[in-house]
Design a protein around this ligand. Structure first.
Ligand code: NAP
Ligand code: HSE
Length: 435
């Protein structure tokens, strides 16, 4: 087979961009054998070409002038690995409208401006691929779009942020939050601004993308209820351990009576659950659907080389399907409503600091019972002159639990209430009759 030379460009040459070039160079023969194409980096857009870099590209590749990429007709495929919504969004739109295929690792961009980007791709007759934007090395977008095209996936549950999973597992081993986060940044897992990781915005963008592709209806970042791990302290981790659970930042997307519900929260996960065993910067995504029952994909969820493998796989897919655009049109072909936030249900954990006197527990149980919230597990231990109550509920409505916590906070016997965390203990397949 005659080899075809394919010049490509990058927007960005940081952790991921440098790794893409390293992998393209080191694996050039493998890529050529597999695809019949020799992919060659010819331009990379950066802010500061004089900066010291991990894997410096050959002279003349780095540029600060976007038009050198946009106006070069020999470049047909560009990977956006610079991050941020502006100016990355404008650049990607220009490239798509100008007839260039784009591969992106930028989850914020896809989750915030997906509709506009796919419209531009369609107008330009080109592909927009985004595998690297979700779970780095795990090919979950390809599985959802190509392998599971007829499986009616209605629940996606996962750990989709490597940085927070690394921080939480390091905290379990005794590191402080600050030490663990600094190490995640040093290893290249964290976003340029790590607040996106720790406040849940990164995971929320990924869950929005997964839900869009799984449910074929646009779910934007604004449709996701999310919070992060900034409020998690060693007391939470110890309390989870007492209940035979661990804390993980869990993303959940569900279809409920034709409405979607997508949320990201720190959750207590039963130690027997597959997600409890996902450690370090690894991610895992459980997909549940009619024909497939459950498929779990697990692997490295962050890191330069890990993400570069997905970027290059998308480039190879674009090059192999340039004439057809196989399944790379917009995944969102229908419009589903969002489930009202208060109607979402889950088992929950919360902690109360109460006075240790007769009737206190009865008052707590009564407030919960008035709102149809049933207690599944209860632990009490002495806490100074009072008591700490650890409460795990059965499945409860978010709205009912929020009301109950307001009422509990007003009781004279209750000194303080922690924020509630969802509990992940079953796989969700038994209740559907599949176990
Ligand atoms: P990074 O190390 O901060 O690199 C960003 C690169 O983009 C740098 O080369 C920077 O130039 C360039 N850049 C940024 N703003 C620019 C601008 N306005 N004009 C020109 N160049 C600009 O980021 P990264 O970790 O590689 O991440 C890149 C993207 O991949 C992000 O969307 C991130 O969410 C995504 N991602 C990252 C990972 C990971 O593990 N790191 C995993 C999956 C997805 P200078 O070098 O001159 O500063
Ligand atoms: N900062 C992200 C994470 C990179 O830690 O998961 C991968 O998208």
């Amino acid at each position: 087979m005659a080899s075809v030379d394919v010049p490509v460009a990058l927007l960005g040459y940081g952790t991921v961009g440098a790794a893409v070039n390293r992998l393209l160079t080191d694996s050039a023969d493998d890529i050529e054998r597999a695809t019949g194409h020799r992919i060659r980096l010819v331009k990379a857009l950066v802010r500061d070409p004089r900066k010291e870099r991990d894997y410096p590209p050959p002279g003349g590749v780095l540029t600060t002038d976007f038009s050198e990429i946009a106006n070069d007709p020999s470049i047909q495929v560009v990977a956006e690995v610079m991050g941020g919504v502006d100016p990355a969004g404008g650049y990607v739109l220009d490239l798509l409208r100008g007839g260039k295929h784009v591969v992106t690792a930028n989850k914020q961009l896809v989750a915030r401006r997906g509709a506009e980007l796919f419209e531009a791709a369609s107008e330009g007759g080109v592909q927009l691929r985004f595998e690297a934007s979700v779970c780095a090395a795990i090919p979950v977008i390809k599985v959802l779009r190509e392998s599971l095209v007829v499986s009616n996936v209605h629940r996606v549950l996962g750990i989709v942020n490597g940085t927070t999973n690394f921080v939480l597992t390091e905290m379990e081993a005794g590191k402080t939050y600050d030490e663990a986060l600094a190490e995640a940044q040093r290893r290249g897992f964290a976003e340029a601004d790590p607040s996106d990781d720790v406040n849940g915005a990164d995971a929320a963008a990924k869950m929005a993308i997964l839900a869009t592709v799984a449910f074929n209806s646009r779910v934007g970042l604004e449709d996701v209820d999310y919070s992060g791990i900034t409020a998690i302290d060693p007391l939470d981790i110890a309390a989870a351990d007492q209940l035979d659970m661990v804390i993980r930042l869990v993303g959940a997307a569900r279809l409920v009576d034709g409405q979607f519900d997508v949320r990201v929260q720190a959750a207590l996960v039963d130690k027997q659950h597959p997600l409890a065993k996902v450690n370090g910067a690894f991610n895992a995504v459980m997909l549940q659907g009619d024909a497939i029952r459950e498929i779990t994909l697990e692997g490295p969820g962050a890191g330069g080389i890990e993400t570069a493998s997905a970027v290059i796989a998308d480039m190879a897919s674009v090059i192999g399907t340039m004439g057809t655009g196989f399944l790379q049109n917009d995944a969102a072909w229908r419009e589903l409503p969002r489930l009202p936030s208060g109607d979402s249900t889950s088992p929950f954990y919360f902690r109360l600091s109460v006075e240790d006197r007769p009737g206190a527990l009865a008052r707590v149980a009564d407030e919960l019972a008035q709102r149809e919230i049933s207690i599944a597990r209860l632990l009490q231990h002495q806490n100074g002159s009072g008591a700490a109550l650890h409460v795990v509920t059965h499945e409860a409505r978010v709205g009912a639990l929020d009301d109950a916590l307001v009422a509990l906070g007003a009781l004279p016997e209750v000194h303080a209430a922690s924020r509630p965390m969802p509990v992940v203990s079953d796989r969700g397949v038994a209740e559907l009759g599949w176990a």
